[in-house]
Ligand binder design. Structure first.
Ligand code: ADP
Ligand code: MG
Length: 388
């Protein structure tokens, strides 16, 4: 079936870097690819066999995608769920519109976590003035988050008092929100699972994540990065969240590990789920160079009904996100000193082909592998110093 005379085309909604890495993985395995993204310069559109340049809701664009692709996935969670539902009339779509719709809405997402018996931060849904007035003091200090469209720390406000909460909700135009209790975090981590339509489910190892200004900065993955029992609990929780959705595709679940010495963590069991993404995730990029199956190959396999085998990490790894901030700002069109970075052992550069660098924009990532986590850390430190 693969690489034979019969062309099989896999489609993806969205042309960002995640779509680009999906396209690369699919093409390496002999598939043809189709991307729907209105931007003519989209990172995935530029490397795909087919690039349909319409809006995500354009009936003609969706019809063309369904015509050319035999199965369709998505690379960003804010793809309009009805567009996925439309595509599903004529083609298999994974993940399903219903799963994506839940991941798009923090209130629905948290309700799903509760249904699966996986603890999350204590929270309240705020959609009306009555709900705002009824918020219990036990949720303060807290973080007010818009229910929809938040990412990279956007659409959030930290509030200490009820007055601040009222002001913050008003500043957010009183859109539906959730208020979460502020928890004492010891560390943040994530687990990526891939689930097939036959219910088989595999996972990548637990990733430890460091955020800067609300954006993922560094991911570290090596055996023993958290106690084994904690890793096992997080993996089991991620799998039950996927199973509860009857999910097909790659799913990333983010967790907080709590500082249990702090009274604010009382009764939560030390590990709570934060949020999920119905797609490959920035924190899984290390798998491209450190695992025998990457998260993007897993996405291809789930979409093409290929067997899912448990991935094996063959090297400790650190991923450094490369944001536009490190590109020269002098208008020279210059680039960071890649030659110096690539002279370090075990460095793997991934650039997304974006034409313009800007502050906070994800331009690429650097995966670092090595014989031990100490060696990888030392290389990462040198790379970070070179990149400034
Ligand atoms: P986003 O969708 O922008 O990634 P998150 O809900 O993951 O939003 O929040 C962004 C970051 O804010 C988290 O990675 C974490 O560092 C911090 N954060 C979010 N919720 C809480 C919480 N309840 N308690 C403490 N820190 C939090
Ligand atoms: Mg997050």
């Amino acid at each position: 079936m693969l690489g034979g005379a019969k062309e099989i085309t896999l489609g993806v909604m969205g042309g960002g870097q995640l779509g680009r890495m999906f396209v690369h993985a699919a093409q390496r395995m002999g598939f043809f690819t189709a991307v729907l993204d209105p931007d003519p310069h989209s990172p995935a559109g530029r490397v795909s066999h087919h690039h349909i340049q319409t809006s995500y809701t354009d009936p003609d664009g969706l019809a063309r995608l369904a015509q050319v692709a035999q199965a369709i996935t998505t690379e960003f969670e804010n793809v309009p769920a009805p567009a996925l539902a439309t595509l599903a009339h004529s083609r298999p779509v994974a993940p399903a519109a219903a799963s994506v719709a839940i991941a798009q809405d923090r209130a629905a997402e948290k309700a799903h976590f509760v249904r699966c018996g996986v603890p999350c931060a204590p929270y309240a849904v705020i959609e009306t003035a009555e709900q705002l007035a009824a918020v219990p003091a036990s949720l303060l200090p807290g973080i007010l988050k818009t229910a929809r469209m938040g990412y990279d720390g956007k659409g959030q406000a930290r509030v200490r008092t009820h007055d601040e909460l009222v002001q913050a909700w008003s500043a957010m135009q009183m859109v539906p929100c959730v208020l979460e209790k502020m928890l004492p975090l010891q560390l943040e981590c994530s687990v990526i699972v891939a689930r097939g339509s036959d219910g088989s489910c595999v996972n990548l190892p637990l990733q430890r994540n460091l955020h800067r200004d609300g954006i993922l900065a560094v991911t570290e993955v090596y055996a023993g990065n958290v106690p084994e029992a904690l890793e096992a609990r997080a993996i089991a929780a991620a799998k039950s969240i996927a199973q509860g959705l009857d999910y097909v595709g790659v799913l990333c679940v983010e967790f907080f590990v709590l500082d249990e010495a702090d009274p604010a963590a009382a009764g939560l069991g030390g590990l709570v789920v934060n949020e999920m993404a119905p797609r490959p995730h920035n924190s899984g990029h290390y798998s491209m160079d450190a695992c025998d199956v990457s998260q993007f190959e897993l996405q291809v396999r789930t979409l093409a009904h290929l067997p899912l085998v448990q991935p094996r990490q063959h090297s400790p790894a650190i991923m450094l996100n490369l944001l536009g901030d490190i590109w020269p700002e002098d208008g020279s069109g210059g680039v960071p000193p890649w030659n110096d970075v690539l002279a370090l052992p075990g460095t793997h550069l991934h650039l997304y082909g974006k034409l313009k660098a800007s502050r906070g924009r994800k331009m690429g990532h650097l995966n670092i592998t090595g014989p031990s986590i100490e060696a990888v850390r030392s290389t990462a430190l040198q790379a970070a110093q070179i990149l400034g």
